[in-house]
Design a protein around this ligand. Structure first.
Ligand code: GAR
Length: 210
């Protein structure tokens, strides 16, 4: 690993998690270089956020390619050109194929707005509300090619209030995500969080168990 760690963020929409990573890096709380933003929706708000932050952008339209593997092959070449060491999925709403999973095995992470393995896929916050669960949360995990699946790195739980709506719960979840994701990426940058021998290894920060 180089210092600072070179990461790429993949996003499809608003990009508030991308922004949280940019802000944490600017504030000196995250020791990484965000070397690339990858976005499958050229008109998404996250593209403007990246331009404002001076982060190089790679956009593409999946329908311009014959297969998922074809655009991922192109992405892989770009990631290699940019010497990206960690891929950070932050609201990237596409299935990842073996092209990227194998190249970045143990070096690609995702954040998801539920306590996985509950409620993978789209509209996780709505799914939790519809099921009437009393507790939900946020999960960060390594990516294994399934839908929001792979070895879990960190989870934060959150009680659902009786008057929570999808919007209010989403806002609470975003607040947690914006702290948790930069923390996990920093753990990886420091080498405290690793994927080795097919398992997640976490060394406590400052000797304090988390
Ligand atoms: C986040 O809540 C993230 O957890 C979720 O998309 C949102 C993106 O928000 N990801 C998934 O649902 C992945 N299956 P953002 O664009 O404001 O960062």
């Amino acid at each position: 690993m180089t210092k600072p760690l070179r990461i790429a963020v993949f996003a499809s929409g608003s990009g508030s998690n991308f922004q949280a990573l940019v802000d944490a890096a600017k504030a000196g709380k995250l020791d990484v270089t965000i070397g690339l933003l990858v976005c499958d929706k050229p008109a998404a708000a996250v593209v403007g956020r990246a331009q404002a932050a001076g982060v190089p952008v790679h956009t593409f339209r999946p329908k311009d390619y014959p297969s998922r593997e074809a655009y991922e092959q192109e992405l892989l070449e770009r990631l290699r050109e940019e010497r990206i060491e960690l891929v950070v999925l932050a609201g990237y709403m596409r299935i990842i194929t073996s092209v990227l999973v194998e190249a970045y095995w143990g070096r690609m992470i995702n954040i998801h707005p539920s306590l996985l393995p509950s409620f993978p896929g789209l509209h996780a916050v709505r799914q939790a509300l519809d099921h009437g669960v009393k507790v939900t949360g946020v999960t960060v995990h390594y990516v294994d090619g399934g839908l929001d699946s792979g070895p879990i790195i960190a989870q934060r739980a959150l009680a659902i209030a009786p008057d929570d709506t999808e919007a209010s719960l989403e806002e609470k979840i975003h607040r947690i995500e914006h702290e948790l994701y930069p923390d996990v990426v920093q753990g990886i940058a420091e080498g405290r969080i690793r994927f080795a021998d097919n398992r997640v290894i976490i060394q406590p920060k400052d000797g304090i168990a988390q």
